[in-house]
Design a protein around this ligand. Structure first.
Ligand SMILES: [Zn+2]
Length: 134
């Protein structure tokens, strides 16, 4: 995978110190298996519009607001369109750019499957303390 991995050791860490035990997972770990695309086979690159298929190398821009539990995967890119960094970071939001491959996840209740993110590595991270006002 291209790019550097200098951010891999800078995964966001909550600096809140309270008595509750907190499980801290890296964004790559949380986003692994995250369904993408509107349908079972509908993921496209937001840069060039190319359809993305299982095993393709993909990059995803995802964010999580400080008070939210869930990550939102907002954009998918093919290898050629993936930006090297987070272009306009937002205060109060943890933003990541992760790269990996498209896999498939089975959704038993809906009796369907979706494309999902797998084998992720972090390419860029913007902690909530960085960026402009939302
Ligand atoms: Zn593209």
């Amino acid at each position: 995978m291209p790019g550097d991995d200098s951010c891999r050791h800078q995964a966001p860490r909550d600096s809140v110190r309270d008595d509750k035990p907190t499980v801290i997972a890296s964004p790559e770990a949380v986003l692994a298996g995250h369904p993408v695309g509107p349908r079972s086979n509908g993921a496209v690159c937001i840069g060039c519009g190319e359809a993305l298929h299982e095993t393709d190398i993909v990059f995803a821009y995802a964010y999580r607001c400080t008070d939210a539990a869930d990550w939102v995967v907002l954009r998918l890119y093919c290898l050629g369109c993936a930006p090297a960094r987070i272009r306009s970071p937002t205060l109060g939001v943890t933003e990541v750019l992760v790269g990996g491959r498209l896999g498939t996840i089975t959704l038993p209740t809906a009796r369907t499957h979706r494309q999902c993110l797998t084998e992720l590595q972090s390419r860029a991270v913007s902690p909530p303390t960085e960026g402009g006002p939302p």
